[in-house]
Design a protein around this ligand. Structure first.
Ligand code: NAD
Ligand code: DAU
Length: 370
């Protein structure tokens, strides 16, 4: 465990209105921290355990920024987190830290219980002790925002309306069950202990810095590497896709204006079948980075055995956050996917460096024998 350390070696000092961001070296956490600092909102203390999914390189552009400090550690380490809260006195904790990959939760749920359930519980308890020590104006300003997922609502039938905040929780995978458990803990810590919480439930994100185990970056990487594009089952599972910068702007809106104790659904109104996504990626790559043999990337598509318990359809009704907080996404799927492909084409080094031996072991575990 690293001691509290500024990423640029500058002295650490409490900053007015700083925020503590957990899971900050992951895909969405890093995008959130970079956007927060780009908007010059306040200082950020980033906490991350640096699991296989955490990558300090994602925060490299703010490594020398005096408004940013990175701390290597676990949300479940009460002593470390209590020390951070005492030292920096943040006005908010934004909790992205989680094990986030459904397929990995099927192969090994233990880490998901440890971080998503027990880790969240410990973070809540540590934050509650800090909150109780604040004076009245500080208490009034403080927020704990928990970042959750649409997967807690289970799977929709073909013609069912999109999930609203009132849908019943029906998680189907070990991942979504642990996220649902964490959402319930958050609610209870607000209701019973008065912790001022906010919960966001978001649909599938895509964009820069996404680890290439998830559909879109995996397909781009496999296409460019001449590997099969592995589509689970019939490829007709539907997801609602949101460009990551829009998820980050939604979280900022909830943090700033959301009502304490409320949950907010976030989505991109861009529902698509997986196979449509893969075809669109092939079309863009055919145009922007044609294969050297003149053939199309479409011929790399392979249908393989389905994910166990695979949810058929998710769709989010984001009317509440639109009407209460005025948030709507800025990107369409078309503009977002073009930016995303361009980022991966322009950053082959980033992808190359996350291809550790452990990543290759994962590909072998998940994709052989299907
Ligand atoms: P990610 O896997 O890319 O990043 C998770 C980060 O959390 C990693 O940097 C990892 O090192 C860190 N982490 C894991 N365990 C930790 C622990 N015990 N203590 C501290 N840090 C720890 O995930 P992501 O896609 O960026 O997702 C972030 C959050 O958003 C998650 O809570 C996820 O459930 C939620 N979410 C993701 C999506 C999506 O499409 N990716 C959609 C909705 C909600
Ligand atoms: O819905 C929000 C969720 O989106 C987040 O809570 C999760 O953290 C995030 O990982 C994501 O979960 P999904 O399971 O939807 O994402 P994934 O990218 O793993 O898969 C998207 C769809 O693509 C899903 O139906 C499975 C399918 N798929 C995925 C992979 C990796 C394939 O067909 N082939 C693949 O190789």
């Amino acid at each position: 465990m690293s001691p509290v350390a500024s990423s640029n070696g500058a002295p650490n000092r409490p900053e007015e209105n700083s925020i503590l961001v957990t899971g900050a070296a992951g895909f969405i956490g890093a995008n959130f921290v970079l956007a927060w600092l780009a908007h010059d909102l306040s200082a950020v203390v980033s906490l991350d355990k640096l699991t296989y999914a955490g990558n300090l390189e994602n925060l490299a552009s703010v490594a020398n920024d005096p408004r940013h400090a990175f701390v290597h550690g676990d949300i479940g380490d009460a002593e470390l987190v209590a020390g951070l809260l005492k030292r920096y006195r943040p006005m908010a904790v934004v909790n992205f830290a989680a094990e986030s990959h459904v397929d990995r939760s099927i192969h090994g749920p233990a880490d998901f219980i440890a971080t998503n359930v027990v880790g969240t519980y410990r973070l809540l308890e540590t934050t509650r002790a800090f909150y109780d020590s604040l004076n009245s104006p500080e208490k009034a300003a403080f927020r704990f925002l928990h970042v959750s997922t649409d997967e807690v609502f289970g799977s929709l039938g073909r013609d069912e309306p999109a999930f609203t905040e009132l849908n019943r929780y029906q998680p189907n995978s070990p991942y979504s069950a642990t996220k649902a458990a964490s959402d319930h803990l958050i609610r209870a810590w607000c209701h019973t202990f008065g912790l001022p919480v906010l919960v966001t439930n978001c649909s599938n994100n895509y964009g820069p810095y996404q680890f290439p185990e998830k559909l879109i970056p995996l397909m781009i990487h496999h296409a460019l590497s001449g590997l099969p594009l592995p589509v689970y089952g019939d490829g007709q599972q539907r997801r609602d896709w949101l460009y990551v910068a829009d998820h980050c702007s939604a979280i900022r809106a909830v943090l700033e204006r959301g009502r304490i104790g409320e949950t907010y659904n976030i989505g991109g109104a861009s529902e698509k079948a997986n196979i449509e996504i893969v075809h669109r990626l092939c079309d863009i790559l055919d145009a922007d980075r044609p294969r050297q043999d003149g053939r199309s990337y479409h011929q790399q598509i392979e249908f393989i055995g389905d994910r166990p318990g695979h949810d058929r359809r998710y769709a989010m009704d984001a009317a509440k956050i639109a009407s209460e907080l005025g948030w709507t996404p800025s990107e369409t799927f078309e503009t977002g996917i073009r930016k995303t492909v361009r980022w991966y084409l322009d950053n082959p080094g980033w992808v190359g460096r996350v291809m550790s031996g452990a990543y290759r072991d994962w590909l072998q575990k998940n994709y052989s024998n299907r």
